[in-house]
Ligand binder design. Structure first.
Ligand code: GUN
Length: 287
Protein backbone atom coordinates (compact mmCIF):
# COMPACT_ATOMS: atom_id res chain seq x y z
CA UNK A 1 0.00 0.00 0.00
CA UNK A 2 1.43 3.31 -0.98
CA UNK A 3 1.17 6.70 0.66
CA UNK A 4 -1.52 8.78 -1.04
CA UNK A 5 -0.27 12.23 -1.99
CA UNK A 6 -3.45 14.23 -1.58
CA UNK A 7 -3.34 17.38 -3.68
CA UNK A 8 -6.69 18.31 -2.25
CA UNK A 9 -5.22 18.44 1.26
CA UNK A 10 -1.91 20.12 0.36
CA UNK A 11 -3.60 22.69 -1.91
CA UNK A 12 -6.03 23.51 0.93
CA UNK A 13 -3.06 24.36 3.18
CA UNK A 14 -1.39 26.43 0.45
CA UNK A 15 -4.60 28.30 -0.35
CA UNK A 16 -5.11 29.30 3.28
CA UNK A 17 -1.54 30.69 3.35
CA UNK A 18 -2.25 32.54 0.11
CA UNK A 19 -5.43 33.99 1.60
CA UNK A 20 -3.39 35.50 4.44
CA UNK A 21 -0.85 36.85 1.94
CA UNK A 22 -3.64 38.41 -0.10
CA UNK A 23 -4.93 40.24 2.96
CA UNK A 24 -1.45 41.61 3.63
CA UNK A 25 -1.06 42.73 0.00
CA UNK A 26 -4.41 44.51 0.11
CA UNK A 27 -3.38 46.32 3.31
CA UNK A 28 -0.41 47.55 1.30
CA UNK A 29 -2.69 48.77 -1.49
CA UNK A 30 -1.81 45.92 -3.85
CA UNK A 31 -4.96 44.37 -5.29
CA UNK A 32 -4.37 41.13 -7.23
CA UNK A 33 -6.71 40.44 -10.15
CA UNK A 34 -6.93 37.54 -12.61
CA UNK A 35 -8.52 37.63 -16.07
CA UNK A 36 -9.50 34.26 -17.52
CA UNK A 37 -10.27 33.90 -21.22
CA UNK A 38 -12.26 30.91 -22.46
CA UNK A 39 -13.03 30.34 -26.14
CA UNK A 40 -15.16 27.50 -27.47
CA UNK A 41 -17.31 24.93 -25.74
CA UNK A 42 -14.91 22.29 -24.41
CA UNK A 43 -16.74 20.94 -21.30
CA UNK A 44 -13.49 20.12 -19.44
CA UNK A 45 -12.17 23.66 -20.01
CA UNK A 46 -15.45 25.04 -18.65
CA UNK A 47 -14.96 23.02 -15.44
CA UNK A 48 -11.32 24.14 -15.08
CA UNK A 49 -12.24 27.81 -15.57
CA UNK A 50 -15.03 27.54 -12.99
CA UNK A 51 -12.59 25.99 -10.52
CA UNK A 52 -10.07 28.78 -11.13
CA UNK A 53 -12.71 31.45 -10.51
CA UNK A 54 -13.87 29.67 -7.36
CA UNK A 55 -10.29 29.56 -6.02
CA UNK A 56 -9.97 33.32 -6.64
CA UNK A 57 -13.12 33.90 -4.59
CA UNK A 58 -11.86 31.66 -1.76
CA UNK A 59 -8.56 33.53 -1.53
CA UNK A 60 -9.89 37.03 -2.09
CA UNK A 61 -8.46 37.60 -5.56
CA UNK A 62 -10.56 39.74 -7.91
CA UNK A 63 -11.35 37.88 -11.15
CA UNK A 64 -12.89 38.58 -14.54
CA UNK A 65 -14.04 35.98 -17.05
CA UNK A 66 -14.24 36.55 -20.81
CA UNK A 67 -16.10 33.89 -22.77
CA UNK A 68 -16.13 33.62 -26.56
CA UNK A 69 -18.00 31.22 -28.82
CA UNK A 70 -15.97 28.78 -30.93
CA UNK A 71 -16.21 31.03 -34.03
CA UNK A 72 -14.29 33.87 -32.30
CA UNK A 73 -11.63 35.52 -34.47
CA UNK A 74 -7.95 35.75 -33.58
CA UNK A 75 -8.21 39.56 -33.66
CA UNK A 76 -11.02 39.60 -31.11
CA UNK A 77 -8.85 37.68 -28.62
CA UNK A 78 -5.75 39.76 -29.45
CA UNK A 79 -7.70 43.01 -28.91
CA UNK A 80 -8.94 41.80 -25.54
CA UNK A 81 -5.43 40.77 -24.43
CA UNK A 82 -4.11 44.16 -25.51
CA UNK A 83 -6.73 45.82 -23.30
CA UNK A 84 -5.99 43.49 -20.34
CA UNK A 85 -2.23 44.04 -20.70
CA UNK A 86 -2.86 47.74 -19.98
CA UNK A 87 -5.53 47.32 -17.31
CA UNK A 88 -4.27 48.17 -13.80
CA UNK A 89 -6.83 46.02 -11.97
CA UNK A 90 -5.56 42.90 -13.78
CA UNK A 91 -2.28 41.37 -12.57
CA UNK A 92 -2.56 38.02 -14.36
CA UNK A 93 -3.99 36.89 -17.71
CA UNK A 94 -4.81 33.26 -18.41
CA UNK A 95 -6.00 31.94 -21.77
CA UNK A 96 -7.52 28.52 -21.21
CA UNK A 97 -6.13 25.97 -23.67
CA UNK A 98 -6.91 24.36 -26.04
CA UNK A 99 -8.22 27.19 -28.23
CA UNK A 100 -10.48 26.50 -31.25
CA UNK A 101 -8.47 24.99 -34.12
CA UNK A 102 -8.49 28.08 -36.39
CA UNK A 103 -6.77 30.20 -33.71
CA UNK A 104 -2.97 30.31 -33.63
CA UNK A 105 -2.22 29.47 -29.99
CA UNK A 106 1.40 30.69 -30.21
CA UNK A 107 0.33 34.10 -31.52
CA UNK A 108 -2.15 34.48 -28.67
CA UNK A 109 0.33 33.44 -25.96
CA UNK A 110 3.03 35.71 -27.42
CA UNK A 111 0.69 38.70 -27.12
CA UNK A 112 0.38 38.39 -23.31
CA UNK A 113 2.62 40.76 -21.35
CA UNK A 114 5.22 38.36 -19.82
CA UNK A 115 4.75 40.12 -16.46
CA UNK A 116 1.07 39.10 -16.48
CA UNK A 117 1.71 35.60 -17.86
CA UNK A 118 0.66 33.60 -14.80
CA UNK A 119 0.72 30.33 -16.78
CA UNK A 120 4.40 30.96 -17.69
CA UNK A 121 3.73 29.96 -21.32
CA UNK A 122 5.23 33.07 -22.96
CA UNK A 123 8.65 32.40 -24.60
CA UNK A 124 10.28 34.95 -22.26
CA UNK A 125 9.10 32.99 -19.23
CA UNK A 126 9.90 29.63 -20.85
CA UNK A 127 13.46 30.90 -21.44
CA UNK A 128 13.73 32.01 -17.83
CA UNK A 129 12.74 28.54 -16.66
CA UNK A 130 15.53 27.04 -18.78
CA UNK A 131 18.11 29.24 -17.06
CA UNK A 132 16.69 28.70 -13.57
CA UNK A 133 16.01 32.40 -13.01
CA UNK A 134 12.25 32.73 -13.06
CA UNK A 135 9.32 34.67 -11.62
CA UNK A 136 6.52 32.35 -12.69
CA UNK A 137 6.73 28.57 -12.63
CA UNK A 138 4.18 26.76 -14.86
CA UNK A 139 1.33 25.78 -12.57
CA UNK A 140 1.17 22.00 -13.03
CA UNK A 141 4.93 21.31 -12.70
CA UNK A 142 5.08 23.74 -9.74
CA UNK A 143 2.25 21.88 -8.04
CA UNK A 144 3.96 18.55 -8.68
CA UNK A 145 7.16 19.80 -7.02
CA UNK A 146 5.11 20.62 -3.92
CA UNK A 147 3.61 17.13 -3.89
CA UNK A 148 7.04 15.51 -4.30
CA UNK A 149 8.14 17.50 -1.23
CA UNK A 150 5.28 15.83 0.67
CA UNK A 151 6.62 12.39 -0.25
CA UNK A 152 9.87 13.07 1.67
CA UNK A 153 11.97 11.73 -1.21
CA UNK A 154 15.23 13.55 -1.93
CA UNK A 155 15.30 14.63 -5.59
CA UNK A 156 19.10 15.08 -5.57
CA UNK A 157 20.60 12.23 -7.56
CA UNK A 158 17.23 10.46 -7.93
CA UNK A 159 16.25 8.91 -11.26
CA UNK A 160 13.38 11.08 -12.45
CA UNK A 161 11.42 9.91 -15.48
CA UNK A 162 8.89 12.20 -17.15
CA UNK A 163 6.53 10.47 -19.59
CA UNK A 164 5.21 13.19 -21.92
CA UNK A 165 6.95 16.12 -23.62
CA UNK A 166 4.30 18.86 -23.78
CA UNK A 167 5.19 22.52 -23.38
CA UNK A 168 2.67 22.77 -20.53
CA UNK A 169 3.86 19.85 -18.39
CA UNK A 170 6.58 17.50 -19.69
CA UNK A 171 9.30 19.96 -20.72
CA UNK A 172 9.04 22.42 -17.78
CA UNK A 173 8.67 19.48 -15.37
CA UNK A 174 11.97 18.06 -16.55
CA UNK A 175 13.65 21.45 -16.03
CA UNK A 176 12.35 21.86 -12.46
CA UNK A 177 13.55 18.37 -11.51
CA UNK A 178 16.92 19.08 -13.11
CA UNK A 179 17.25 22.34 -11.13
CA UNK A 180 16.79 20.22 -7.98
CA UNK A 181 19.65 17.92 -9.08
CA UNK A 182 17.49 15.06 -10.35
CA UNK A 183 18.84 12.77 -13.07
CA UNK A 184 16.13 13.38 -15.62
CA UNK A 185 14.90 11.29 -18.56
CA UNK A 186 12.08 12.49 -20.82
CA UNK A 187 10.09 9.75 -22.57
CA UNK A 188 7.33 10.03 -25.16
CA UNK A 189 5.23 8.07 -27.62
CA UNK A 190 8.27 7.09 -29.70
CA UNK A 191 10.42 5.90 -26.78
CA UNK A 192 11.58 2.32 -27.30
CA UNK A 193 11.31 -0.18 -24.43
CA UNK A 194 9.43 2.38 -22.32
CA UNK A 195 8.94 -0.09 -19.47
CA UNK A 196 12.71 -0.54 -19.14
CA UNK A 197 13.02 3.20 -18.56
CA UNK A 198 10.03 3.72 -16.24
CA UNK A 199 11.10 0.71 -14.14
CA UNK A 200 14.28 2.60 -13.17
CA UNK A 201 12.43 5.71 -11.99
CA UNK A 202 12.57 6.74 -8.33
CA UNK A 203 10.21 9.57 -9.32
CA UNK A 204 7.83 8.91 -12.22
CA UNK A 205 5.72 11.74 -13.65
CA UNK A 206 3.14 10.68 -16.23
CA UNK A 207 1.51 13.29 -18.49
CA UNK A 208 0.53 11.60 -21.75
CA UNK A 209 -3.25 11.99 -21.80
CA UNK A 210 -3.92 8.27 -22.32
CA UNK A 211 -6.11 6.54 -19.71
CA UNK A 212 -4.33 3.89 -17.60
CA UNK A 213 -1.21 4.09 -19.80
CA UNK A 214 1.26 3.21 -17.03
CA UNK A 215 0.54 -0.02 -15.18
CA UNK A 216 1.96 -1.45 -11.96
CA UNK A 217 4.46 -3.69 -13.79
CA UNK A 218 6.14 -0.57 -15.24
CA UNK A 219 6.88 0.90 -11.80
CA UNK A 220 9.90 0.39 -9.53
CA UNK A 221 8.85 -0.80 -6.05
CA UNK A 222 8.76 2.18 -3.67
CA UNK A 223 8.78 4.83 -6.44
CA UNK A 224 6.94 8.14 -6.17
CA UNK A 225 4.31 8.17 -8.93
CA UNK A 226 2.72 11.43 -10.07
CA UNK A 227 -0.30 11.10 -12.36
CA UNK A 228 -1.09 14.25 -14.35
CA UNK A 229 -3.81 12.67 -16.51
CA UNK A 230 -7.48 13.58 -16.21
CA UNK A 231 -9.41 11.39 -18.65
CA UNK A 232 -13.20 11.21 -18.77
CA UNK A 233 -14.26 7.63 -19.56
CA UNK A 234 -17.46 6.70 -21.45
CA UNK A 235 -19.10 5.82 -18.09
CA UNK A 236 -18.27 9.45 -17.00
CA UNK A 237 -15.69 8.23 -14.47
CA UNK A 238 -12.44 10.24 -14.26
CA UNK A 239 -9.25 8.22 -14.54
CA UNK A 240 -5.59 9.17 -14.72
CA UNK A 241 -2.78 8.14 -17.07
CA UNK A 242 -1.69 5.62 -14.42
CA UNK A 243 -3.69 2.49 -13.63
CA UNK A 244 -4.22 3.26 -9.95
CA UNK A 245 -5.27 -0.22 -8.78
CA UNK A 246 -2.08 -1.94 -9.99
CA UNK A 247 0.25 1.04 -9.41
CA UNK A 248 -0.62 1.67 -5.76
CA UNK A 249 0.41 -1.90 -4.88
CA UNK A 250 3.96 -1.17 -6.09
CA UNK A 251 4.55 2.55 -5.58
CA UNK A 252 5.85 4.09 -2.35
CA UNK A 253 3.67 7.16 -2.87
CA UNK A 254 1.10 8.00 -5.53
CA UNK A 255 -1.29 10.81 -6.48
CA UNK A 256 -4.99 9.97 -6.89
CA UNK A 257 -7.19 11.15 -9.79
CA UNK A 258 -9.15 13.27 -9.05
CA UNK A 259 -7.75 15.05 -5.98
CA UNK A 260 -4.06 14.78 -6.85
CA UNK A 261 -2.30 17.10 -9.27
CA UNK A 262 -5.45 19.00 -10.41
CA UNK A 263 -6.07 21.04 -7.23
CA UNK A 264 -2.34 21.77 -6.93
CA UNK A 265 -2.32 23.35 -10.41
CA UNK A 266 -5.01 25.78 -9.32
CA UNK A 267 -3.25 26.63 -6.04
CA UNK A 268 -0.07 27.43 -8.00
CA UNK A 269 -2.04 29.65 -10.38
CA UNK A 270 -3.23 31.63 -7.37
CA UNK A 271 0.37 31.86 -6.12
CA UNK A 272 1.53 33.18 -9.51
CA UNK A 273 -1.29 35.75 -9.56
CA UNK A 274 -0.17 37.14 -6.20
CA UNK A 275 3.41 37.21 -7.44
CA UNK A 276 2.34 39.05 -10.61
CA UNK A 277 0.49 41.64 -8.48
CA UNK A 278 3.62 42.21 -6.40
CA UNK A 279 5.96 42.41 -9.40
CA UNK A 280 3.68 44.79 -11.27
CA UNK A 281 3.20 46.98 -8.22
CA UNK A 282 6.97 47.24 -7.72
CA UNK A 283 8.19 47.58 -11.28
CA UNK A 284 5.10 48.54 -13.28
CA UNK A 285 3.90 46.33 -16.11
CA UNK A 286 5.61 48.37 -18.80
CA UNK A 287 9.11 48.34 -17.36
N1 GUN B 1 -5.20 23.58 -20.37
C1 GUN B 1 -4.74 22.49 -19.72
N2 GUN B 1 -3.89 22.85 -18.73
C2 GUN B 1 -3.83 24.20 -18.76
C3 GUN B 1 -3.11 25.16 -17.98
O1 GUN B 1 -2.36 24.86 -17.05
N3 GUN B 1 -3.31 26.45 -18.33
C4 GUN B 1 -4.11 26.82 -19.36
N4 GUN B 1 -4.22 28.12 -19.64
N5 GUN B 1 -4.77 25.96 -20.10
C5 GUN B 1 -4.63 24.66 -19.79
Amino acid sequence: MSKILSGKEVSGRIKSELKEQTEILKKNNIFPGLAVILAGDDPASRVYVNNKKKACEEIGIYSEEYTFSSDVTEDEILDLIDELNKKDSISGILVQLPLPKHIDEKKIINSINPKKDVDAFHPVNVGKIMTGNYDFVPCTPAGIMELIKESDIDITGANCVVVGRSNIVGKPMAMLLLHQNGTVTICHSKTKELKEVTKKADILVVAVGIPNFVTGDMIKPGAVVIDVGINRMPDKKLVGDVEFETAEKVAGAITPVPGGVGPMTIAMLMKNTLKAAEINAKKGVNR
